[in-house]
Design a protein around this ligand. Structure first.
Ligand SMILES: C[S@@+](CC[C@H](N)C(=O)[O-])C[C@H]1O[C@@H](n2cnc3c(N)ncnc32)[C@H](O)[C@@H]1O
Length: 236
């Protein structure tokens, strides 16, 4: 990806953007770009579930964000809660690079960001109860019906995410897209291991992401929900 805004963000973060793709290497050729991996650097491709204590070099509760974008939420959360490990997944390599540079600059050794597909990763790499929190903020809505299959959240993803959450831990979701949010809300509400918090329990909260700030400025409605992993029910 080499959108001008991303190239500018990379420069601001102190990194040199990749060379511009040759003419003709546009979206039609995207199929030639290898899919993002779900394995961490140093892992072999038959690695099983992730050992987060080894990844972070310490034992601490792990919170994960899928689709971090420029990392505004993840960076702030990691700075505010240094007793927790924060793991970010981002499919766009430039965004992952920007967040990595900012985390290093801020001395956030409790933040790890990887260029990884957050759908496949949740489906295949998480052990039962390994997450103390999961955050999904403004996932790409893929509004055209023929693209719905590219969406992050569906019943299989919801089931895998619920199994990965420790009992009583929270899954927070936000979107500006009414129809996709409705789908996410239905899917997560129908997942037996999750219970939706009523507004009073969920409290007034904000993601603090770039997208939320942008939408707040334009007065666009933002939909949010919090789900809790049920304490009863097997995490295995
Ligand atoms: C609409 S942006 C929102 C970014 C950020 N959460 C925010 O609110 O500012 C969606 C982000 O999810 C990333 N993304 C899309 N599909 C993904 C996937 N399967 N795994 C990880 N990241 C993904 C996109 O590259 C993009 O950065």
């Amino acid at each position: 990806m080499s959108r001008p805004s991303v190239r500018r963000a990379l420069r601001r973060a102190g990194a040199e953007p990749p060379p511009r793709p040759p003419r003709g290497a546009g979206p039609r050729n995207l199929g030639r770009i290898p899919p993002p991996k779900i394995f961490l650097p140093g892992e072999t491709e038959d690695a099983g579930v992730v050992n987060f204590s080894a990844v972070f070099g310490r034992v601490a509760p792990v919170e994960m964000e899928v689709g971090v974008g420029k990392g505004r939420f993840l960076l702030a959360a990691a700075a505010a809660h240094r007793d927790r490990n924060w793991f970010g997944l981002e499919i766009e390599p430039e965004y992952a690079q920007i967040v990595r540079i900012k985390a290093e600059r801020a001395g956030l050794s409790n933040l790890r960001i990887e260029r990884i597909d957050g759908r496949a990763f949740v489906l295949r790499r998480l052990s039962p109860g390994c997450l103390a929190g999961l955050h999904v903020y403004f996932p790409d809505p893929w509004p055209k019906k023929r693209h719905h299959k590219r969406r992050l959240v569906d019943p299989a993803w919801a089931e895998a995410a619920a199994h990965a959450l420790a009992p009583a831990s929270l899954l927070r979701v936000a979107s500006d897209h009414e129809e996709y949010f409705g789908v996410i809300d239905d899917v997560l509400s129908n997942e037996p291991l999750l219970e939706k918090l009523i507004p009073d329990e969920a409290g007034d909260w904000s993601t603090g992401t770039s997208y939320e700030l942008k939408f707040l400025k334009t007065g666009r409605p933002i939909y949010k929900a919090v789900f809790r992993r049920r304490v009863s029910g097997s995490a295995g």
